[in-house]
Design a binder for this molecule. Structure first.
Ligand code: ATP
Ligand code: MG
Length: 492
């Protein structure tokens, strides 16, 4: 990220620092010497005023003050008489070297260069030929008429300026480096929360709302973090609600689709079941109309077939109505407490004749009391369905066994018939409407595959359990209901 805020901040502030440092260097290099000379000139003027105050014409009287001045201020001092002859000069001579008589000396440069002695002023030596030390000169007339010259060698000043410029350059570079580091750290600190917020926003774009911004400072960024946190929370809530609603919708759609499928299948099953009886009734009644059966016996047979098929249709319609009533949930159960064993015996009583006719060996097993609280009529319907199926499918040794017994708080009733076992794969399916294991056999006894669906519906309404298991040499259909203790019922 070339144009990131961090880089912009870093380069912006760093260039500002560099600009000011360079500006200071430029000003120093160009103007420091002039400023220095001006300040030096002012200092010389101050020295002049001091000397003018203490000097009365005899320099010997103030010699110590003058020497002290030379030592502390570093300025050379020359006093001239009104004829511009040198009276005193501070320039130190090596000890033992005799002074040249004043008259033999050439006139000092500043004497020829000074036009007006009356005005105290400083000036720089005019350019000279040959090796000469340049001076900053200060010339003025003292109050007693003598003249005063104060001078500072310029190379000294220039060297000081150069040194201070060097030093300044050094501090400038240091300032830029240290400033750069500080700005780098600062800009990092400044942009880190922005990057953190960005990461959270990117997570949010991926629908991950778990990350929260830790608010450390109460400033605009903290405020933004708080807003993003609340946005994330709200979005997370809304999206999860939306997902839930969507999921619910999918389930509803799925359920609707299944219901549609069941309805279609149901209609096709019912039409299929009705097709054969209707076709038979149509065929045989046409035969009667066309007098195909010419004798009484044939006519009776034709009428018998028509009545049989009509009966099957009637049974089918009744079973359908029954099943839809139980499954609808509107069926009111007439719950009463009774002994299931007694009920089973009573129901079997009605089968005695058929069993005898069909040479079926019956066995009844009852183990004591088996009290349940249920709709007796409906439970009888369950037993009848089990018994009808058993009689229809009985085979081999022609054994039928009915048992009722109470155990572990439940009452279990079972109907066993000898015969072919039910294939594993069909054990669950036989409880579904219209499902038949052996189509031909079922058709032979006029079954439509609704009996066990009615059993399932009734037992589900009673919160009972039911099932089928293949025993040795036969099949056992069973169901369980919650047992009722007699002392409970007596109290109730
Ligand atoms: N005791 C049994 N032995 C073997 N198969 C059975 C037995 N009871 C039921 N079945 C199988 O389960 C299928 C479903 O039984 P269900 O009682 O629901 O229908 P159905 O007897 O064919 O017709 P309906 O009872 O409506 O007259 C039967 O078609 C049969 O194939
Ligand atoms: Mg049946």
């Amino acid at each position: 990220m070339k144009s990131s805020i961090r880089n912009q901040l870093f380069w912006g502030i760093s260039s500002l620092i560099a600009f000011f440092v360079l500006l200071s260097c430029f000003l120093n290099l160009n103007f420091l010497d002039k400023y220095y000379i001006a300040r030096k000139g002012a200092a010389l003027h101050q020295e002049f005023r001091y000397i003018d105050r203490i000097y009365q014409g005899d320099f010997e009287k103030i010699r110590t003050q003058l020497e002290k001045l030379v030592q502390t201020r570093g300025a050379n001092i020359v006093i001239l008489d009104p004829n511009l002859a040198v009276k005193y000069e501070s320039h130190p001579r090596p000890p033992g070297l005799p002074a040249r008589p004043m008259q033999e000396r050439p006139l000092p440069r500043f004497v020829t260069q000074t036009e007006d002695w009356s005005k105290p002023a400083y000036h720089i030596d005019a350019p000279q030929k040959g090796p000469h030390t340049e001076f900053l000169n200060f010339t003025a007339q003292l109050h007693n008429g003598d003249y005063l010259w104060l001078g500072t060698p310029l190379p000294e000043i220039r060297q000081s300026v150069a040194i201070s410029n060097q030093f300044f350059l050094l501090t400038g570079i240091l300032t830029i480096i240290i400033g750069g580091i500080i700005v780098l750290l600062y800009s990092r600190r400044f942009t880190r929360p922005i990057l953190e917020l960005n990461a959270i926003a990117q997570n949010m774009a991926r629908l991950d709302f778990t990350a929260m911004y830790p608010i450390k400072t109460e400033n605009e960024i903290g405020e933004l973090g708080r807003s993003i946190n609340s946005l994330s929370e709200q979005l997370g809530k809304s999206i999860s609600e939306l997902q839930q609603a969507n999921h619910q919708l999918e389930l509803d759609n799925e359920r609707q689709r299944k219901i549609d499928e069941i309805r279609k299948e149901f209609i096709s099953n019912v039409s299929h079941e009705l097709k054969t009886p209707i076709a038979l009734i149509q065929g045989y009644s046409e035969g009667l109309q066309l007098n195909v059966a010419d004798n009484e016996e044939d006519k009776n047979f034709y009428c018998g077939v028509i009545m049989d098929e009509a009966n099957k249709m009637n049974k089918l319609v009744r079973n359908l109505l029954d099943l839809s009533e139980i499954d609808s949930g509107y069926l009111q159960l007439d719950r009463k407490v009774f002994d299931l064993g007694q009920l089973a015996e009573r129901v079997i009583e009605k089968y005695q004749l058929i069993l005898k006719e069909q040479e079926i060996h019956l066995e009844i097993r009852r183990d004591g009391e088996a009290m349940v609280q249920a709709d007796m009529g409906r439970i009888e319907q369950v037993l009848v369905n089990y018994l009808n199926n058993a009689v229809e499918h009985i085979d081999g040794e022609r054994q039928l066994a009915v048992s009722v017994r109470a155990e572990d708080g439940r009452v279990r009733a079972a109907v066993f018939n000898s015969g072919k076992p039910i294939p594993e794969a069909d054990k669950e399916k036989i409880w579904i409407s219209f499902y038949k294991v052996d189509q031909a056999r079922t058709r032979a006894y006029g079954g439509s595959g609704l009996g066990l669906s009615i059993v399932r519906a009734i037992l589900e309404r009673h919160h009972g359990r039911f099932g089928v298991c293949n025993r040795s040499g036969g099949v056992e259909f069973w169901f369980e209901l919650e047992a009722v203790r007699t002392d409970e019922t007596e109290q109730g």
